[in-house]
Design a protein around this ligand. Structure first.
Ligand code: GAR
Length: 209
């Protein structure tokens, strides 16, 4: 039941903060965020880790020959820290199957749309919300899913819908989706994982009592 969690980040880390706050409130039982890995130095997420006394590391893709070498270093770091659950919280560097194979059904990602809409290659950050507004959808939201080699196509754990408003800008929609959906369903999914309540069968997630 007691898990060691690594959170991988590339930016401001508001989802990391939601996880830190959830852990403080006791949502994860005895499980702990024991490592934060950033894909570049200087990102504010690293400050958040420091303020919460969580050890952190920076792994930059440009320091490695290719994605394979980067993924090996990442996997080695996760294994060396005895990590049980990997959370991609706005982590924007591409990783390969070495990581997925080392952590089957144990890597989760938060995506700022209702998958299978506005997801896949090229859909990240503000671009997702720009695409949603461009299409004129009336509802968007967020999805937490297990990560598989196919981008944004792994089994869905939780989703939450958020209404799109007529005068929304990408920034306003992003903020509302974070507040109303991402910061709620990401900690909830981590809680379910820590309680061993998630089972994957035929690419679908079943939540146990
Ligand atoms: C979040 O909105 C997350 O859903 C998104 O990046 C943002 C990171 O913000 N992730 C993706 O677009 C992945 N495809 P944060 O650093 O403040 O948590």
């Amino acid at each position: 039941m007691k898990k060691r969690i690594a959170v991988l980040v590339s930016g401001g880390g508001t989802n990391l903060q939601a996880l830190i706050d959830a852990e403080k409130e006791g949502m994860f039982g005895e499980s702990r965020i024991t490592l934060v890995i950033a894909s570049k130095p200087g990102v504010y997420a690293l400050e958040r880790a420091k303020n919460a006394d969580i050890p952190s590391a920076v792994l930059c893709k440009k320091d490695y020959a290719d994605i394979a070498a980067y993924s090996r270093a990442l996997t080695d770091t996760l294994k060396a820290n005895s990590i049980d659950l990997v959370v991609l919280a706005g982590f924007l560097t591409i990783i390969d199957e070495q990581v997925y194979e080392a952590y089957p059904n144990a890597i989760i990602n938060i995506h700022p749309a209702l998958i299978p809409s506005f997801c896949g290659k090229g859909y990240y950050g503000l671009r997702v919300h720009e695409a949603a507004l461009e299409k004129g959808v009336k509802v968007s939201g967020a999805t937490v899913h297990f990560v598989t080699p196919e981008c944004d196509a792994g089994p869905i754990i939780l989703q939450k819908a958020v209404a799109v408003q007529q005068n929304d800008t990408p920034e306003a929609l992003q903020e509302r989706i974070m507040k109303e959906a991402e910061w709620k369903i990401l900690p909830e999914a981590v809680k379910l994982f820590c309680e061993d309540r998630l089972t994957v069968k035929n690419n679908k997630v079943y939540i146990g009592e």
